[in-house]
Write a protein that binds this ligand. Structure first.
Ligand code: 5RP
Length: 218
């Protein structure tokens, strides 16, 4: 099976966690696109969805899935999203698609976070994938200098603007030994909107598509 097939497999398995009549939090990315396409098949069973990005909103609208504003939906039972890296402790690096801020908000507002991925995303230690950080445009250089002090090599994702009108710095060569501590430290730098580390609020369940079938870690 191709990597895309494995993503589809994981996305399909996440449907099991969908509760009838509920509003589902929906992430962003190619794995989530498979989830959205499959959610469309059971859209008559759910109340609707809260989206984490303009891209997912567009795809769900195309499928006729009713959309809610997070301010109107209240706490969600379930959030389904992909990841760029995950450890077995379900600490994640996310934001490869640049949607990390809204993803983190919807994840925080959800009781259960089901993460879906192909098994190449499971790593021993986070950091081989450059850590995305959303920054306020005027703070870009300042934040980059602070990140260099921490040992990282920030690269500006030029030509990319987030759904919130901000910029992304991708941090290479960061040793992430203690994800929770690092997330807290980075959160304290002025000008950073969101850090793509999801460790303070990790995933609750990781569904991996593998050549042998589904593997679930919780
Ligand atoms: C977007 C994300 C995605 O979940 C992450 O980049 C994984 O993407 P894909 O499912 O395409 O591999 O965090 O901001």
């Amino acid at each position: 099976m191709s990597q895309d097939d494995l993503k589809r497999l994981a996305a399909k398995a996440a449907l099991e966690y969908v509760v009838e009549g509920s509003i589902i939090g929906v992430g962003t990315g190619s794995t989530v696109n498979h989830f959205i396409d499959q959610l469309a098949g059971i859209k008559h069973l759910i109340d609707g969805a809260v989206s984490s990005s303009e891209a997912s909103t567009k795809r769900m609208k195309m499928h006729g899935i009713p959309l809610y504003d997070l301010n109107a939906s209240g706490q969600l039972d379930l959030y389904v999203d992909g990841t760029d890296e995950s450890t077995r402790y379900l600490h994640l690096i996310k934001g490869g698609g640049g949607a990390l801020t809204r993803e983190k908000i919807v994840a925080a507002a959800s009781k259960r976070f089901v993460c879906i991925a192909d098994d190449s995303k499971l790593v021993e230690r986070l950091g081989a994938f450059p850590l995305p950080i959303e920054v306020i445009p005027m703070a870009r250089s300042y934040v980059a200098r602070e990140l260099v002090k921490l040992g990282g090599t920030p690269m500006w994702r030029e030509g990319f603007t987030t759904d919130n009108g901000n910029l992304i710095l991708d941090i290479h060569n960061l040793e992430i030994m203690e994800p929770v501590e690092m997330e807290k430290e980075l959160n304290n730098i002025a000008g950073i909107v969101t850090v793509g580390l999801f460790a303070i609020r990790p995933a609750d369940i990781l569904i991996l598509g593998t050549q042998e079938g589904i593997k679930t870690i919780q």
